[in-house]
Design a protein around this ligand. Structure first.
Ligand code: BES
Ligand code: MN
Ligand code: MN
Length: 443
């Protein structure tokens, strides 16, 4: 295939700022959906439809009928995370730049570059090996509500012999992976109110409660310095990974020291010390503070006691935990840990159940073979710390959900200077092309 042309086409896709969480970008999300639809039509899809929403539609497609061949459902997302902080990008996030064998842009790895890879792998083949179905959504980055509702109404959309999701990365360069779990997510705003309105910090300071101070104390009560989350019941459903799984993780090319120095680039790792870093990242729930609003944050100085403060927080959930239960537990903990003299409320924004995938279907072997043939190494089983809300629903008709990807761990998803290595893309096009053919020959 003509790589220059492919890069031009990928750049066209990446140039669309399809930030699903910001209403100002609704038209851009729609434009990205149109881009995907045009691509599906070019692949010969009969029936390309926009489902579920005017602004962030799910793009549905059904490829040409290949009688007797298996059906493969491809899932991906065309929406991206907001690009800020803009000042930290070396090149603007929506002006894709190719340099040093990489393409830099928001969405290059998560997930437009990978959707592109899956589609171009089909275009690279001489004939259609399987019956393709496509569900490419535009709301993954803020909870997939549209697709959830759609699949509740039309569960037959996920009927297939296998589902392929490429929205993850290798575990290390040269080490492709297949994932056995994804964490779930419980995203909330915790608001603390301490008075009817803001107060002069000279007139009242020393005697009136301060919403930011109360919120900070509440947050540090919820998660202590030792890394434990003090939400009663939260850990009761958590299962330790088996001895075999822990032993397998020790063989992965993962060094805690490199993770700190090259990936985190901080001075120390935190969390519950008695568990390995991989266990903390993959098999334990988290509580993170994403941002704190309220009080005075403008330029200059203002002496005020804020009456209200809000923290945006989330908990990641691991297999066997349930979103609904975790929500109840967090709400109860906030009530219990806040002092009587403040009003503390919790508002849940979105969430996802964790997903657990068994690798016993023959399709996993075919993906392993495809990677072995192209990259020289098969897939290692790993877990993912991130979430893809709709994965449990994709699995609901019984098809195996193959979670894999062509990214690398240092692609900087959701962060400034997100990139995709071109070698990963070119290899990926070959790998998935091979996989489709192997799957087509498997009957
Ligand atoms: N592709 C990621 C999920 C991911 C990231 C899986 C890294 C494995 C490793 C996905 O686009 C994502 O960012 N999901 C969000 C979902 C949320 C906003 C509901 C996430 O995990 O924060
Ligand atoms: Mn993604
Ligand atoms: Mn993402």
């Amino acid at each position: 295939m003509d790589r220059d042309r492919l890069l031009r086409e990928l750049s066209d896709f990446l140039r669309i700022p399809s930030v699903s969480t910001l209403p100002a970008h609704n038209a851009d999300c729609r434009a990205a959906a149109e881009w995907v639809a045009a691509e599906l039509r070019r692949l010969g899809c009969r029936d390309v439809q926009f489902l579920g929403s005017e602004t962030h539609p799910v793009v549905w497609g059904a490829g040409p009928e290949v009688s007797g061949a298996p059906t493969l459902l491809i899932y991906g997302h065309y929406d991206v995370q907001p690009p800020d902080p803009l000042a930290e990008w070396t090149k603007p996030p929506f002006e894709p730049t190719v340099t040093g064998g990489r393409i830099y842009a928001r969405g290059s790895a998560d997930d437009k570059g990978q959707v592109f890879c899956l589609l171009k792998a089909i275009a690279s083949l001489d004939k259609m090996p399987v019956n393709f179905r496509f569900l490419i959504e535009g709301e993954e980055e803020f909870g997939s509500t549209v697709l959830f509702d759609l699949l509740k109404r039309e569960p037959q959309r996920v009927e297939a012999d296998a589902v392929l999701v490429a929205d993850m990365s290798y575990v290390a360069p040269g080490w492709p992976a297949v994932y056995t779990s994804l964490r779930g997510l419980c995203y909330a705003e915790i608001t603390v109110r301490t008075a009817k309105s803001d107060l002069h910090s000279g007139e009242y300071g020393g005697a009136a409660p301060n919403a930011h101070e109360e919120l900070s104390r509440l947050l540090t009560r919820i998660k202590g310095e030792d890394g434990r989350i003090n939400v009663p019941g939260l850990y009761s459903a958590v299962q330790r990974p088996s001895k075999t799984e822990l032993a397998a993780w020790r063989k992965l090319p993962f060094k805690e020291k490199d993770f700190l120095e090259k990936r985190v680039q901080g001075k120390a790792l935190v969390g519950i010390k008695k568990y390995s870093v991989l266990e903390r990242l993959w098999a334990l729930p988290t509580f993170e503070i994403h941002g704190i609003l309220g009080g005075f944050t403008g330029e200059g100085a203002k002496t005020v006691i804020p009456a209200e403060a809000t923290a945006k927080v989330s908990m990641r959930l691991v297999p066997n935990q349930k979103l609904r239960t975790a929500e109840r537990q967090l709400a109860a903990a906030v009530k219990r840990l806040a002092p009587k003299y403040v009003t503390a409320t919790v508002r849940f924004l979105h969430g996802a159940d964790p997903a657990q995938i068994k690798l016993n279907h023959p399709a996993f072997k075919l993906l392993d073979q495809a990677f072995k043939q192209v990259v020289g190494r098969g897939t290692v089983p790993a877990r993912a710390g991130g979430s893809i809300p709709v994965v449990p629903a994709l699995a609901s008709a019984g098809a195996p959900v193959i979670l894999t990807g062509i990214g690398l761990p240092d692609d900087r998803l959701h962060a400034p200077n997100e990139k995709l290595e071109l070698k990963q893309l070119w290899d990926g096009i070959e790998v998935f092309g091979r996989f489709y053919e192997l799957l087509g020959n498997s009957r």
